[in-house]
Design a protein around this ligand. Sequence first.
Ligand SMILES: [Zn+2]
Length: 434
Amino acid sequence: MRTLFSGGTILTCDANHTIFSQGDLVIEADRIVYVGPAYGGTYDVRLPAVGRLILPGFVNAHTHAPMTLFRGLADDVNLQVFLAERVWPREIRMSPDDAYHGAVLAGIEMLRSGVTTYADMYFFPEELARAALDVGLRALVTPGIIDSPAWIPRFGTWEDFTQRALEFCTAWEGREGRIHTGLGPHSPYTLSLDALMRIRQVALEHDLPINIHILESPWEKDNPDVPDVERLADRGFFEGRTIAAHSVWVDAAGIETYARRGVGVAHCPQSNAKLGNGIAPVWAMLAAGVDVGLGTDGAATNNNLDLHEELRLAPLLQNVHSHDPTALSAGQALAMATRLGGRAIHLPDIGVLAEGYRADILVARTDDPAAVPLFDPSGYIGHVVYAMDRGCVDQVWVAGTRVVDGGEVLTVDVAQAMANVQRAALAVTARAAV
Ligand SMILES: [Zn+2]
C-alpha cells in the first residue's frame, strides 16, 4: 500500500539540508519511495500535510530504557556514587518484567518527543526487544556485558553475559524489521582490556556492532588503569563497528582514531551536564568527519528521554565551551538528531527522508506559537532546534506504521504503563533495601 503525505514542508535532513516546501512524500511498506515536489504517481491513501512539517524521526543514539525505574533516585551525585550506591544494588535485583515495564515507559517518552529509533544497552535484552516491538519503535539492542564480582551470583561471569548476548543477537536480529542487535560491553573500567578484546573478537566473528561507554568522566581520564582510546586502538579494539557513547574526554589523537576507524559517537549533553562530566568536543569530532549522534542516556541521569532537549542543548553547550556562537550550527545539530545519529549507530538507512530509506517519519505541527514567524522555509531548521518542542509532535511513523497520532501514543495503554513502572520501581527498591 502506498501512502502519500501531500503538501507539507519537508526537511529531508540530507547532507545538503534539502527542503521541499509544499512537498510530497510517499511510503510503501517500510520504505520511502518518493520525496520531492508534487507527486504524479499512484497511491492508495492521501494524508493532507499542509501546515505540517515532515522530517525524519529522531535517533536516540544512547539510552538505557529500563532506567526509567530509577528516575529521580540519583540526583546531585557523581557517576561513581550514582553507579555503585544507587543503581547497581537495584539492578542486580531487577526482574525481567521490571525491565520490560521500564522500557515500555521509556518508549512512550521517546515516541512523544519524535524519536523513532533508539540504541539501548541493558540487561534482559529479550524484554528490551519485546518492549520496543510492543511500543512500535525501532531499536538497536546491545545486551550489557559487565565484569563485577557482585553480579556473578545473579548473572554469571562476563563470559556468560557474552554467550547469552550472542544467543540473543542470533535469535532477534531483524525481528519485524525493527530490531537490530549488537554487543554492549559496558566500559573499559568494568571490563579488562583482555575481556574487551575477546568480546571484540566475538563481534567480528558474527558481524555485530559494539556499543560501549568511553571516557565519560574526568575520573576515567585521570585513572591510569582505564585504557584510553590509543591503548584500545593499539590492541585493535576499534576493528569493526563501534558506538562510543559520551567520549567527553577524547583527545585529538583519539578523535583521529575515531575518524580513521569509523567509530560513531553518541553525545549525551544533558547526562554529561547533570553528572558534571564536562562538554564533549563535538565541534572537533564533526570537523574530523566523525559521525556524532545525540543520546539522552538513561532516565536516572537526565531525567527524561526527550531528545528534543538534547537537540537544543548540544549547540548551546558547544557555543558556551568555545565562546563562539558559530561553534555548532542548528543544521549540524539537527543532522546529529537524524542522519548522523543513524550513521553513528551504524544504521545508515535511517535519519534521512529520501527514496530507499526506512519510512521512519516525524510530522510536526506548525500552528504553534514557537513556529511563528517564518521568513523562509529554511527557518524551520532553527525553529525545530531552538524554539519548537515535543508539544509540536503530531504524528510519528515507524517502519511505515503510524504509532503516534495527534501527539498520542496509539500502541500501548499509557496510564497502565505508568502504573506498572510505579509498582515495579517501589518493589525493586524494597528488594534492594537501599
Ligand atoms: Zn550510558
